[in-house]
Design a protein around this ligand. Structure first.
Ligand code: ATP
Ligand code: MG
Length: 592
């Protein structure tokens, strides 16, 4: 699989529009934005929006702003702003930071090239310092300008102060009925609006509304609320304001103020587009105006994907915080070990369309396995150990066996692993009464130890209650690589570690957080939480894992892919299972 870093993105209906606008000269340069509301951590759905907005800017020599859509003082916090910026930085570093004005632009989609060159003139990159440093923009920085725009609408007779309660307002809009305050004079409206701003009225007593059409078929055009009263401290503007603009008013104008050319959002905003255009058109702003385009959001099976629901999981202690490795948040995935390149590759391959759909989480897991198979270092570790004594091997001897680090990457080199008389193997790799065709260890049976000898199980030792505590085996001392019997074939190969040399590690075995493909289909996702989504064990690891690095990925052979957790300390290793080697859920799904 190719990565978006070095191949042109496939085109899609939005990239086609962008290319056309440059070709026809409608736009001189492309300016996109990613506008998160800082009321939670980013999730993998946001990754799609980030890669689209930064990707287009990157490919077409444009610029992308990260703008905090911070118009609601009661739900937003600085903690979220910081986490959002950290996540965006992590996602785009080394890929789309070209479009921050630091490097030349990336490759445009092949569909818009001739002989590998764009079929139109690409504009020079003109990033501001703010873009280059990936500093956030804040809608709240525009509150003064937005207020001036509101006053302008009032002066033009296109907005009025309404004294109806929120419930009455909703009811009148639903019925398409004009309210009693709709025809106030401009003077009265200006006076009331300035007194709203001055803090003379309590929350909920008045709003500023656009005067459009109470019978419009599109309910968003039925005199939508533009400003509401909220006596609340804002994370960015403090106590300066007690009236706050609504999303629809703030968003299009923030786009305009920032010079955004293509305002990309998810499909649920399609019905808001006429209002987006109405506000910009009504203010008689100098052209060009920004345009809104909608695409289908990313939905994933076995996942809930709304910040409100993710916040419930966090607040109710159902997971260990926003960055719990089971969360579909960017920070949770990062902690689990998923790389930024996996996330970019995943959203790049699912593409951009206008049709709502559900993506199988198995596709994401496949992308992880595909990359990790190429890059992960192979290591031996035993998760559920059972002791093996090689009775014909000297007690005081240690050998160093050769093991390759990654069969997919010769450049990854090799290492030595110690072998001695006492070993651990996986308890699942031994069965006292095995079924037919069981090729792992059984009484009287033979198996090859990976990178080492063939051993035969001679004796099974049990404790008083009948549990197997030890296997006594003999090794064919001629069977290791390079020995006279090295080519002798046995059906099974198992992994192992030398007991005396093993290092202990806490291993967190993560699995899907929900047990059903659509946990929120009936609105009660909390009743489908997978009770086995986390198992914590102490594993026996080959000694080289003591030097594991957070930036590397590991395959514990025959088991799964792992990454170090930030909790890990020298001498107190903690590994997270990012993903199993095979899709165990597909088998489950077939059974049912
Ligand atoms: P949520 O419902 O999860 O809270 P939101 O849309 O309210 O999401 P915002 O912070 O407002 O979250 O979103 C910022 C940007 O990310 C918006 O442009 C939005 O359209 C986009 N976005 C949000 N969720 C998804 C998704 N699942 N797939 C693609 N884009 C998304
Ligand atoms: Mg939102």
């Amino acid at each position: 699989m190719t990565t978006p870093a070095n191949t042109p993105a496939p085109s899609d209906f939005i990239r086609d529009v962008v290319a056309d606008d440059l070709r026809t000269g409608k736009q001189k340069r492309i300016h996109t934005r990613f506008p998160p509301e800082p009321n939670g951590y980013l999730h993998i759905g946001h990754t799609k929006a980030i890669c689209l907005n930064f990707g287009i800017a990157h490919e077409f020599g444009g610029v992308c702003n990260v703008r905090m859509d911070d118009t609601n003082p009661t739900k937003e916090e600085m903690e979220y702003v910081d986490s959002i910026m950290a996540d965006v930085r992590w996602l785009i570093t080394g890929w789309a930071d070209e479009n921050l004005g630091l490097k030349p632009a990336g490759k445009i989609p092949e569909a818009h090239t001739v002989n590998g060159e764009p079929d139109f003139e690409l504009p020079p990159v003109t990033a501001t310092e703010k873009n280059a440093k990936l500093t956030p923009f804040f809608a709240s920085d525009y509150f003064d300008q937005l207020y001036e725009f509101a006053v302008r609408l009032v002066r033009k007779g296109l907005a009025y102060v309404c004294d109806m309660t929120p419930e009455e307002t909703d009811e009148y809009r639903r019925l398409g009925k004009e309210g009693p305050f709709r025809n106030r004079s401009v003077e009265e409206n200006l006076d009331l609006l300035s007194r709203m701003k001055a803090g003379e009225f309590p929350d909920g007593t008045r709003t500023l509304r656009a005067k459009i059409d109470m019978q419009a078929p599109n309910i968003w055009l039925r005199d939508p609320v533009l400003y509401r009263i909220r006596h609340a401290t804002h994370h960015h503007t403090g106590d300066k304001w007690c009236i706050y603009p609504m999303y629809d008013f703030a968003h299009c104008l923030s786009d305009y103020i920032e010079g955004i050319t293509h305002s990309l959002c998810t499909l649920e905003f399609e019905v808001h587009r006429p209002l987006y255009d109405w506000i910009l058109e009504s203010l008689d702003l100098p052209r060009p105006l920004p345009h809104q385009y909608e695409f289908a959001r990313l939905n994933l099976t076995y996942t809930v994907m709304s910040k409100r629901k993710l916040k419930q999981l966090v607040d109710e202690g159902l997971v260990n915080g926003w960055d719990d490795p089971r969360m579909p948040t960017v920070s949770g995935m990062r902690r689990r070990g998923v790389t930024a390149s996996v996330l970019r590759s995943f959203v790049y391959h699912i593409g951009i369309t206008k049709y709502p759909s559900m993506t199988d989480v198995a596709a994401l897991e496949h992308t992880i396995r595909d990359e990790f198979n190429r890059v992960a270092l192979r290591r031996l570790a035993v998760l559920h150990p059972i002791k093996v004594v090689i009775t014909n091997y000297p007690e005081d001897k240690t050998e160093e066996l050769d093991a390759v680090n990654n069969p997919e990457d010769p450049g990854a080199g090799a290492r030595k692993i110690p072998f001695s008389r006492e070993l651990y193997i996986e308890s699942a790799d031994f069965m006292e009464v095995p079924p037919p065709k069981y090729f792992r260890l059984k009484p009287g049976g033979e198996v090859r130890l990976k990178y080492g000898y063939i051993i035969k199980c001679d004796e099974v030792i049990k404790d008083a209650s009948g549990n197997v505590t030890e296997l006594r085996c003999t090794a064919d001392l001629d069977s290791k690589s390079g020995g006279p019997n090295s080519s002798r074939k046995v059906k099974g190969t198992i992994h192992w570690v030398s007991a005396a040399h093993a290092v202990d590690a806490e291993v967190r075995l993560y699995d899907r957080l929900f047990t059903v493909p659509e946990p929120d289909a009936d609105g009660n996702f909390k009743s489908f939480i997978n009770p086995n989504s986390l198992e914590v064990i102490t594993a026996k690891c080959e000694p080289s894992l003591a030097e594991a690095k957070p930036e590397l990925r590991y395959q514990f052979e025959r088991l799964a892919y792992f990454a170090l957790d930030p909790d890990s300390l020298p001498g107190a290793l903690v590994f997270n299972r990012t993903i199993t080697l095979r899709d165990t859920w597909a088998k489950e799904a077939k059974k049912t």
